[in-house]
Design a protein around this ligand. Sequence first.
Ligand code: NOJ
Length: 504
Amino acid sequence: MREQHVLLLCLFVSYASITKSRYFDEGDECKLEHKGNYSKFPEDFSFGVSTAAYQVEGAWNEDGKGPSNWDTYTHLHPERIDDHSNGDEAAESYHRFDQDLVALKELKVNFYRFSISWPRVLPFADTRVQNQKAIDHYNMMIDKLLENNIEPMVTMFHHDMPEELTKFGGFTNDIVIKYFHYYADFLFKTFGDRVKKWITFNEPFVYCIPAYGNAVFPPMIHAPGVADYLCMDNTLKAHASAYRLYKAKYSNYQKGKVGMAISSRFYYTNTTDFGSEDIVDRAMQYSFGWFAHPIYGESGNYPFTVIEDITSNSMKEGLAWSRLRPLSLYWSKIVKGSGDFLGLNYYSSHFARMAEPPEGEIPSWEHDSRLKLLVDKTWKRAKSDWLYCVPQGLEDILKWIRDKYNNIEVYITENGWSDEGKLDDTDRIDYLKSHLQAVLNAINDGCKVTYYSYWSLIDNFEWNRGYTERFGLYYLNVTSENKERVAKNSASYYRSVIESRKLS
Ligand code: NOJ
C-alpha cells in the first residue's frame, strides 16, 4: 500500500514538473496580494518604458559617431556573445524612431526613458568635437515625444563609453570625473530646456564588477576588489560632480531633477537566529547601499560595515592602504544629498547567509562581503538565469528605502521579465501585474514612488546574451528588413493599466 502511494506521488510530481515552467523545474507562482486602501494609482503617478542607446539604436558608425567600448568588444570578441551578435544594427532606433513612437503612443505611456550615446554626440569623449547630426537626432526625439505629451527621461550613461576613454583606463582613472562633468554640461546646455529628468548613471554596480572585476564586460579587466571598487568610486564622484554642476548652473531656470539609477535585489534570510536582521542589512549595504548610502544616507560616506571590512581585509592582505578609501571630507560634502530622487532598477531578490569561511577570490566583493547569495526553489524563473519573480521584494525594498533614507522620492527606472520572445507572453503579464501591485502596496504604505518604467519597450540586444533573452513589450524581428515592432499581449495589458490606473 505504502509503495503504491509513493509511486503515485512520484508520477504526480514528474507530471507536475513537465507541465510547469518551460525553462526548468522550479516554482510558477508570480502573484502578490493587494494591501491597503487605494486600488488605483494616484492621478499624478507616471507610467513609462525604458531602452538604452547601444541596445536599440544600431547605426554604430554612422553620421560621425565614434566607437564605444561595446562596439570594440563585440567586434573583437563575438564568441563572448551567446548568439555572436552585436548592436551594429539592433532595432535601428536611430533610423526608426518613428516606429518606436508608434509603440509609445499605442501604450499611452506618460514618459519614455532612453539613453544618449556619449560617443555619438561627443565622438572623442571631450567637447572639442560636437556631432551636429547626433544633436539633431536627439532634438528630434525629444521634440516628438513632447509633441505627443510623453515626458523624456534621459539616461546620460548606460554602459556605452567612448572608446577614447577606455584607452586610458576608463572608469579606473579619475580623469573620467572631469570628462563626465563636461559631457554633462554639454547635455544640460543642449537639451535641458526640454529634458527635466536626468539619470546620470545606470546601475554602476552592474557594469563595474563585470567590466573591471570579473572581466566579462569590456574592457575585460580582471582585478576584483580593486579596479571594480575604483570604478564605483569614480562613478559616484562623477555623478555628484554633474549633480552639483546642474544645481549651480542650470536648475534655477531649467528646473529639472537629477538622480542615479541604482540596481538592487531585496534580501531575505531563512534563519531566525540571533543576527539574522543584520544579514539582510549587510546584504543591502553591500549592494544597494554602496551608492545609496553616500548619496542619501546621513554619513555622506560608504556604509560603515563596508568601509570597516575592506580596511581590515586590506591590512590582512598586507596592504598599507584600504582598497576602498572612505570619501574625504571634500568629496563627502559633494556626494551627500546629490540626488533629487532615487532611481531604482529592481528585477529580483535573493536569500543571503554568511559564508563561513568567506568564499571568492582574495580580494573580491564576494570575499569582502562574506555573503552567500541563494534563491528559493519555489520562485518562478525567467529565461535569464538570474531573474526570478519576487514581487514581495519590490514592496519590501521600497519600504526599506522609505525607512532608511527619509522617504526619498523613488522612480522605478527598470523592472522587467525575459523570455524567448513569444507574443502570447502570459508570464510577462503576471510579472508586470504582480510588480505593479507591489508598487501600489508600497504607495498605500506611505512610500513616495512617483514613476514606474517597464524594461523594455522593445526586444533588444541583451549584452552578453545577445538577442537570446527578450524583455520587450514589443517583439522585434531582428533579421527582417523593416525591423517591425509587433505588440505582445503584455503591451495591451500595460496599456489597459495605464488607461484605467488600476490592476485588472
Ligand atoms: C538592466 C540594464 O540596465 C539593462 O541594460 C538590461 O538590458 C536589463 N537590466 C535586463 O538585464
